[in-house]
Design a protein around this ligand. Structure first.
Ligand SMILES: Cc1ncc(COP(=O)(O)O)c(C=O)c1O
Length: 468
């Protein structure tokens, strides 16, 4: 007779199945009922075995869907951070970038391939906005909203931020037309033309565009997929050049996907104080966290020098064009700039979103979305690993995309036009830097449902990228 308990026998049988890839990464294990029948076990015994595997991080329970083979981040080869630092210089963003931006900001499939129903969260959001629209009174249409934005929405935002560790009054916030607008206001408020701004490398191309238009110079700071901005490199930069601001995404930076650890956050703020620079926190991906939503860097800011920028674009809808900014010591100037650049935001949209947040629909939406995103991330990584063992791929704990490093000889920029002809919009690595680096890298989104169109598009990628 075996010395093992029956739950242990099942646990080992499942473990062997995972190791031998009977069930691959992201795939569903047999249901509890099927395991009970097949192994002649009680439901409690099967659940006990599955929970033990879950505690070891080998499987993951998804509400109402079952148990899935979980991703083991340490088993995935992650992209390597580049190390070189170059002197600050002006930005000259390519035409190609503008082309990609005009195609739905590079999220993988060209518009005619879009499909699917609205997710329940968006249906609920549309209802809230509809109700706000119907509440409009007689002469509302003749007035602009106040420059800081709707007080009800700012109240909800401050409650949301308080749950993430930053206690702010609604008066410290200003509503913007998206996060790009917030970043513009932040840079404009704390820099003068010719100033130097430190950015993550690879980093968000939207910031590079802003720096070009504001006639600012950029210095790129190496960034890893695991821990984000390299603090030693930043310190070296700060000892060499006078830097006015550092733009950073501590929570799931794009494209690296990094979540900046606490020690790096503390060091960043200490350096900012020592060298007297503004820190512009791009927090747009925080609410897409696959686990607990991380605290903003702003929560550690003792010195009123972190400007927090964010929006609903990544966690809810890009189409709302609603964002916010907490301008810290530059708040008054930022509010003035908001007035100059936008006058006001749409009142009924803001009120609709405030209601959506207040009645709990936003939290429900984020919870549901989290489960979907985790499954999509795991399937994409499993797909990439099956494609080639030479790939390195980030394993972000949030955000909407992975960062892929291909063999040195791959040229993702050269593959862009051919991919486009086949209906795939790739985001080539060089777009995330001004120094021509990352030619063999690519950002790939997992924001979309894993449907036939997407699988077909992804299946075309290996031949598009590796055939050259
Ligand atoms: C890191 C980051 N910041 C800001 C933005 C701009 O966001 P919004 O649509 O809210 O203007 C984006 C959009 O792609 C982004 O990825």
């Amino acid at each position: 007779m075996s010395a093992e308990y029956r739950y242990q026998q099942l646990e080992h049988w499942l473990l062997k199945g995972i190791q031998e890839q009977r069930w691959r990464l992201g795939e569903r294990l047999p249901s509890i009922r099927a395991l009970c029948q097949e192994h002649d076990l009680s439901k409690a015994t099967v659940q006990h075995a599955l929970q033990r595997l879950e505690a070891q991080g080998l499987v993951e329970a998804r509400p109402k869907a079952g148990y899935f083979v979980a991703l083991q981040p340490r088993a995935v080869r992650q992209p390597q951070a580049r190390v070189s630092i170059e002197a600050p210089r002006p930005v000259n963003v390519s035409e190609l970038l503008l082309d990609i931006m005009s195609r739905s900001a590079a999220f993988d499939l060209i518009p005619e391939f879009r499909s699917g129903d609205l997710p329940p969260g968006i249906v609920a959001l549309n209802r809230s906005i509809g109700r706000a629209l119907r509440r409009q009174r007689g002469e509302d249409y003749l007035y602009y909203d106040e420059p800081a934005g709707d007080a009800g929405l700012r109240e909800q935002l401050s409650l949301h931020l308080a749950r993430r560790g930053w206690i702010a009054s609604p008066d410290q916030l200003c509503v913007t037309s998206g996060c790009q607008h917030a970043l513009f206001l932040a840079l404009k408020a704390c820099c003068r033309p010719g100033d130097v701004v430190a950015v993550e490398s690879p980093g968000f191309y939207g910031v590079l565009q802003l720096l070009e238009q504001l006639e600012l110079q950029v210095v790129e700071v190496p960034t890893s997929s695991e821990t984000g901005l390299d603090m030693d490199a930043l310190e070296e930069v700060l000892t060499h050049w006078k830097v006015s601001a550092c733009v950073v995404s501590p929570a799931f930076a794009t494209p690296s996907g990094a979540l900046m650890p606490l020690a790096s956050r503390q060091r960043l703020l200490a350096l900012a104080q020592q060298y007297d620079l503004a820190v512009i926190e791009d927090d747009i991906y925080a609410d897409t966290a696959l686990g607990r939503i991380p605290d903003p860097l702003k929560a550690l800011d003792q010195d009123d020098r972190v400007i927090l920028c964010s929006s609903f674009s990544k966690c809810l809808s890009r189409d709302l064009r609603l964002g916010w900014i907490a301008g810290a010591r530059w708040h008054t100037r930022i509010q003035h700039l908001k007035l100059v650049t936008q006058l006001a935001s749409s009142r009924y949209l803001q009120q609709g979103v405030a209601e959506f947040m207040q009645d709990g629909s936003f939290t429900t939406h984020l919870r549901r979305q989290r489960n979907d995103l985790r499954g999509r991330r795991d399937r994409l990584i499993a797909f990439l690993q099956a494609w080639s063992t030479e790939l390195r791929v980030s394993v972000p704990a949030g955000g909407l995309a992975v960062w892929v490093e291909l063999p040195e000889e791959v040229d993702t920029l050269a593959s862009y036009p051919q991919a486009l002809k086949q209906g795939v919009v790739i985001t080539p690595g060089p777009l995330f830097s001004i120094s021509g680096q990352f030619g063999n890298c690519l950002r790939l989104s997992f924001a979309h449902p894993w449907d036939d169109n997407r699988i077909q598009a992804l299946n075309r990628l290996p031949s598009l990228l590796l055939s050259r």
